[in-house]
Structure formats: C-alpha cells, structure tokens
Design a protein around this ligand. Structure first.
Ligand SMILES: [Zn+2]
Length: 223
C-alpha cells in the first residue's frame, strides 16, 4: 500500500504551512509538462520570469524530486517543462544512489513535504555504457572516483550479461538502463528509514522513469 490516501489538512495545507502536492497530482504535472515539451509548446519563459523569481525568495515548495543523470541532453526542467521552484533536482552521472543522494531526497521530503520522487534514467546513457565496458574488459584504467560510479551501477547490470542479452549489445544497453533505474528506485525506497517511514504512512512515492533521447518522451515505470 502506498499510503496515497494521505489526509490533506483543510485548505490543502499541512500543519507546517507548506502546500503539499500529492504524489499522483505531481506525476500528472510531470506527464503534462513532458507532453508540452514533446509537442514543442513550452511555457517555460513564463515559468522563469521576474515575478516568479520574487515568489521564491523566501522559500520553496517543489512538487517533485528528480534524481537524474548529468547528461547534457537530459536537462530535467526542460524535458518536464517546469520552471523556478517546481523541481528539486539531483543530477549525477548514471543517476546512481549514494548516501549524498539519499540525504538530498530525505531533505526535500522532510523539509518541503515533497511527495513524489522520480529516478530518471535515459537511453544511451554513457555511465551505463562505461559500466558494461568495464564488465567486459577487466584491465581498463579508470580513476578511483569514476570507479565509484561504475561500481554502483555494476550490480544492477552484471546479471544481464549472463542472459541472451549478452549477445545483443543494443538490447543489453536498453535493458541495463532500465535495470539501473529500478535498482536506484528500490534503493531509495528501502535504503533510508526516513523515506521508508514517509512511504509507509505519509504518501511518499518513488517511481522510476526513462527519458528517450530519440523521442523526448518520458516513460514512467512501477505504475
Ligand atoms: Zn546518463
């Protein structure tokens, strides 16, 4: 049970004064924004104007947390057609989940009562590709820091190499991206007592998604 029937205080405001957007409503806003992006009918200029800037000087109420990849082709606010103050974004190569990413999600979920967390992977992800290469050529040289990213992705994808996918590089890359998103989302769901509690009793949802470089469409998993 996702606890989606979380009680909204009268006027939609919980006790701490923040407006809480329910996870289902947040998901809907992301879907609609991505549809605008794909259709090329962005409302972004209005979402970043001076008035809007002034609105957020004193605080923020982001309606979703997005853990995405650093890839320059997947700028989160743009692909969801959102503006200032809308999204709490964490970007790291391969959208991996390390302690600092979990801490960032906890921060937003507790401080701003953000109730939707999306782990956003994407097709043709270089970090996933680097991991697949590392699994297939053991003597490649890579810095300790870069290895810390590859090592986080490795467990989600190495099992795939032993399947039929191991003989089909294109299909393997596609499935590896999705496997990594699923593992990251599960890690967020179960790797933090804070998030587990909010999921169990306060309407927090963690969903996986994939952005297609080819079409611009974001497909959500775990629905
Ligand atoms: Zn990537």
């Amino acid at each position: 049970m996702g606890g989606l029937a979380v009680a909204r205080a009268p006027e939609g405001r919980p006790c701490n004064g923040l407006t809480m957007t329910l996870a289902t409503d947040a998901l809907q806003r992301l879907r609609e924004g991505n549809r605008r992006f794909v259709a090329g009918v962005s409302g972004r200029d209005a979402l970043a104007d001076q008035t809007r800037r002034n609105d957020f000087v004193a605080g923020q109420e982001p309606f979703a947390v997005i853990l995405g990849c650093s890839d320059s082709r997947v700028p989160v606010e743009i692909v969801f057609d959102q503006g200032l103050g809308d999204l709490f974004v964490i970007r790291v190569a391969g959208n991996i989940v390390a302690p600092s990413q979990i801490g960032s999600v906890e921060f937003a979920a507790e401080r701003f009562r953000t109730r939707l967390v999306v782990v956003l992977g994407h097709t043709r992800c270089g970090a996933i590709q680097a991991t697949l290469e590392a699994l297939q050529e053991t003597n490649a040289r890579r810095s300790r820091n870069l290895s810390s990213i590859v090592d986080r992705i490795r467990p989600s994808v190495e099992g795939l190499l032993a399947t039929d996918l191991g003989r089909d590089p294109e299909a393997l890359a596609l499935e590896a991206v999705r496997a990594n998103v699923r593992v990251s989302a599960n890690h967020l769901r179960h790797g933090s007592e804070v998030l587990e509690r909010l999921i169990g009793s306060d309407g927090l949802r963690v969903v996986g998604a994939e952005y297609s470089l080819e079409t611009g469409v974001v497909e959500f998993f775990d629905e």
